[in-house]
Design a binder for this molecule. Structure first.
Ligand code: FES
Ligand code: MG
Length: 590
């Protein structure tokens, strides 16, 4: 093991700069303050940041406070020095008005920390939904050697002998409550049963999705994404992650070497096979833009739609995180896809080997949980990218279209894959909650529900609210899902086949702002279109009237950050990043 010559370490500019001995002494004395010796700091050892996303405010990632000890030991073992520091908290379920507001804020903060402090490499502690993209995006911008460590999912939840999955059980429980099968106390108990341990959501929600994709992208040690948080293996991989980052610094293996177009294409294919979250296209678009890779939204359909669903996890399937790990996790899925020639095998990963080398021969250990490619759960399980006269782009997750839904909406012999009906429009989640059970809306099984004002500007950060339940009276009649369309997001734990992430959003005066309750709308999956059935002239008139009254109204900002972000955030089809930030690339090298 040879040390990198000192002049290759960027931390040398702080601790070993003969041209500026005044500042060097100042930098040194303060970092000496907590027990690192002068000798160590000036020895040319790589200095490794541990970007800590866990805290009491972020329970999903809190176990990283424990894992960081093992990361440190790995870093020390390999000859590095560890400096742990906090990342702005993002708690998906606890942050008001929405955690969507915070991904770009955590990104910004982490860019400043990685750029402005004496760090040669960084361990990114990922987990809860947006912590993973926020960390990867910042590492992409700064482009110092970086490796992600997932905190891992919670253990499986159980209730009366059945698996209860995080998030998914909420959507089920609220239907049961609406149908009068459950009281409030029972509802809370049922939901709590799904969260039996430390870790993130045990379903294939956005957390499991984004950590699986971080591994598929090559940013995490192979086989590590799916290890449940409390398992011994999780501690062990924390140690190996710490060891590995020190060598990555010595090898100068950077995010730009790993996050290539091939890596992103692999991630899209893997996302279909795992039944990944509809938040993935937003986060991958953002990451691609920060590393400088061109990844059009349409790629999700061209590369991803035909891929079958292999992973049988809730919400698309039956099982949970522990089962996913035991069945082989990400490598087993990738090996199935590789055998079909669907993976670009030469993409490099953090361990210095290619994804092909890492995953070749990985076995499925339980075919109930991970299906072999020739016996999938569903064929053609990837996303459709929709367009039409109400928006330029939106995503539909086809793997969660239920048989009931297909029968009711997509099986008209004269018009297969299409459906026409009247719209009922809600302006934001509060409006929806207030009115959904109001009989005067006249919602029938023919109705399409619309949610607007829930995009990156309208509900700052974009709310996970498009999966709307039908009114109680329809649920008691057995109608469990209506077609839902909107400019908000949807939790990855939801099994609703909504058309969501519609861009541009109503608050940017996109077409949804022109829609009125009672308009007839046609959704056509074969053509990939959603259109309101009114003339272009009428639409133009409505647009002129909307603009004359100052555009689509949305609530005022409640915090300075809401105002700042609203002024610069882009739409979801291009990653909802801070527009302009993408011009800062590979800044550690400049
Ligand atoms: Fe944090 Fe689901 S709420 S992972
Ligand atoms: Mg979520």
């Amino acid at each position: 093991m040879t040390d990198t010559p000192k002049n290759q370490l960027r931390s040398r500019a702080w601790f070993n700069n003969p041209d500026n001995i005044d500042m060097t002494s100042l930098y040194l004395e303060r970092y000496l303050n907590f027990g690192i010796s002068l000798e160590e700091l000036r020895s040319g050892r790589p200095i490794i940041g541990i970007a800590q996303t866990g805290s009491d405010l972020s329970p999903c990632n809190r176990h990283h406070l424990v894992l960081a000890e093992r990361i440190r030991e790995g870093i020390r073992e390999a000859g590095g020095i560890a400096l742990e520091f906090p990342v702005h908290p993002i708690q998906e379920t606890g942050k008001r008005p929405t955690a969507g507001l915070d991904r770009n804020l955590a990104y910004l903060g982490l860019v400043e920390a990685l750029y402005g402090y004496p760090l040669d490499g960084v361990v990114l502690t990922t987990g809860c939904d947006k912590t993973t993209p926020a960390c990867l995006m910042a590492a992409a911008t700064v482009n110092i050697p970086a490796i992600a460590l997932s905190v891992g999912p919670m253990l499986n939840g159980w209730h009366k002998g059945e698996r209860t999955g995080s998030g998914t059980i909420v959507w089920k429980g609220r239907q049961m409550m609406a149908a009068g099968e459950l009281d409030e106390e029972g509802f809370i108990k049922l939901v709590a049963s799904s969260a039996p341990s430390t870790g993130y959501c045990n379903t294939m929600g956005t957390a499991t999705t984004m950590n699986s994709l971080a591994e598929a992208l090559g940013m995490m040690l192979p086989g590590s994404a799916a290890i449940p948080a409390p398992y011994r293996d999780r501690q062990e991989v924390a140690y190996h992650t710490g060891k590995r980052i020190v060598d990555m610094v010595r090898e100068d293996l950077k995010p730009s070497d790993i996050l290539t177009l091939d890596a992103f294409r692999n991630a899209i294919v893997v996302n279909s096979a795992i039944g990944g979250s509809t938040n993935a296209p937003i986060h991958l678009a953002a990451l691609a833009r920060h590393i400088g890779v061109d990844l059009p939204l349409k790629d999700w359909e061209t590369l991803g739609h035909k891929i079958p669903l292999l992973v049988n996890l809730q919400p698309a399937g039956d099982y949970l995180g522990e089962d996913y790990y035991r069945a082989g996790g990400v490598p087993a899925v990738i090996a199935q896809l590789m055998a079909q020639g669907l993976i670009r095998e030469d993409a490099l990963t953090v361990n210095g080997r290619t994804i092909g080398e890492n995953c070749r021969g990985a076995m499925i250990e339980d075919e109930k949980v991970i299906r072999p490619f020739d016996r999938p759960l569903k064929e053609e399980a990837g996303f459709l990218v929709m367009t039409g006269n109400l928006f330029d782009a939106a995503i539909m997750k086809t793997s969660v279209i239920s048989e009931e839904f297909r029968q009711r909406y997509l099986s008209n012999p004269d018009d297969p894959d299409a459906f026409e009906g009247p719209a009922v429009v809600f302006d934001g989640p509060e409006d929806y909650h207030r009115r959904i059970d109001d009989p005067s809306l006249g919602i029938t099984p023919e109705t399409l529900l619309f949610m607007r004002g829930a995009g990156p500007i309208g509900y700052p950060g974009a709310a996970e609210v498009v999966n709307m339940r039908p009114p109680s009276y329809l649920i008691t009649e057995g109608v469990n899902a209506l077609p839902c369309i909107g400019d908000g997001r949807q939790s990855g734990t939801s099994g609703s086949p909504s058309i969501l992430n519609a861009s541009p959003e109503a608050a940017a005066n996109g077409g949804l702002a022109l829609l009125r309750t009672g308009d007839r709308v046609r959704m056509d999956l074969k053509k990939g279109r959603v259109d309101v059935l009114i003339s272009d002239e009428e639409l133009a008139e409505r647009r002129a009237a909307l603009l004359a009254q100052g555009g689509y109204p949305y609530p005022e900002s409640q915090t300075p950050w809401q105002e700042i972000q609203r002024a610069v955030i882009g739409q979801m089809n291009t990653g909802a990043i801070l527009e302009g930030a993408e011009k800062y690339q590979r800044i550690a090298q400049t």
